[in-house]
Write a new protein. Structure first.
Ligand code: ITT
Ligand code: MG
Length: 207
């Protein structure tokens, strides 16, 4: 039986990674745009709260179970900023490029050893919009912010995020390597364990 869940995101970079990360699953993960779901207002104060808001919204509009990702970059020297505001960091009309420029400006003059940072990813899965027992996972990926962008792959802050174990930025990593190491990959691995424990034998919204 093919099970469908809605992926509550409008971010093309995330959607691409999720389609690779869920490639071997026996569920069909469809982007929210296919169900006419528009972006929810992210009013939470944590990645987890925002992930739940987005998942509940997508489930309410589509009538299907939904999975949402709320993620971002926390820079230690900036007290964890931009954090949950990563997508909106450069204000109205924010783009990945403008966000990266703003980050470089904020870190100007900060020495290499103090440029540590982490990507965070919270995933929330709800069977229905009012699901009282959502599945929630949270993971992080440590790195360091460079002084200029390097690499063409990935999206968002990837060109500035240096991964010491690989000796390159996450925008230089082959996609299968990012999909093994990243905050999102780790959160999906946690989600897979929860899914196996919780969803065995449970029909998704009667599908
Ligand atoms: O809310 P949705 O619709 O999913 O799309 P979004 O782009 O607004 O997503 P978020 O609210 O979760 O904001 C995530 C921010 O963190 C950045 N980000 C998240 N994961 C990333 C990754 O793997 N590589 C680079 N940047 C990432 C991304 O570029 C955004 O600026
Ligand atoms: Mg968002």
């Amino acid at each position: 039986m093919l099970k469908q869940i809605v992926l509550a995101s409008g971010n093309a970079g995330k959607l691409r990674e999720f389609s690779q990360l869920f490639n071997s699953w026996d569920i069909e993960v469809l982007p929210q745009s296919e169900f006419g779901v528009t972006d929810a207002e992210e009013t939470g104060l944590s990645f987890i709260e925002n992930a739940l808001i987005k998942a509940r919204h997508a489930s309410q509009v589509s009538g299907l179970p939904a999975l949402a990702d709320d993620s971002g970059l926390a820079v230690d020297a900036l007290g964890g900023a931009p954090g949950i505001y990563s997508a909106r960091y450069s204000g109205d009309g924010a783009t990945d490029k403008r966000n990266n420029i703003k980050l470089l400006e904020a870190l100007e003059g900060v020495e290499e050893i103090r440029r540590s940072a982490s990507f965070h990813c919270a995933l929330a899965f709800v069977r229905s919009f009012d699901d009282p027992v959502p599945l929630v996972c949270n993971a992080q990926w440590r790195g360091r912010i460079l002084s200029e962008p390097v690499g063409e792959q990935g999206f968002g802050y990837d060109p500035l995020f240096y991964v010491a174990s690989e000796g390159m930025t996450s925008a230089q990593l082959p996609r299968e390597v990012k999909n093994r190491l990243s905050h999102r990959a780790q959160a999906v691995a946690q989600f897979e364990v929860m899914w196996r424990e919780n969803m065995r034998g449970i029909d998704l919204a009667g599908q």
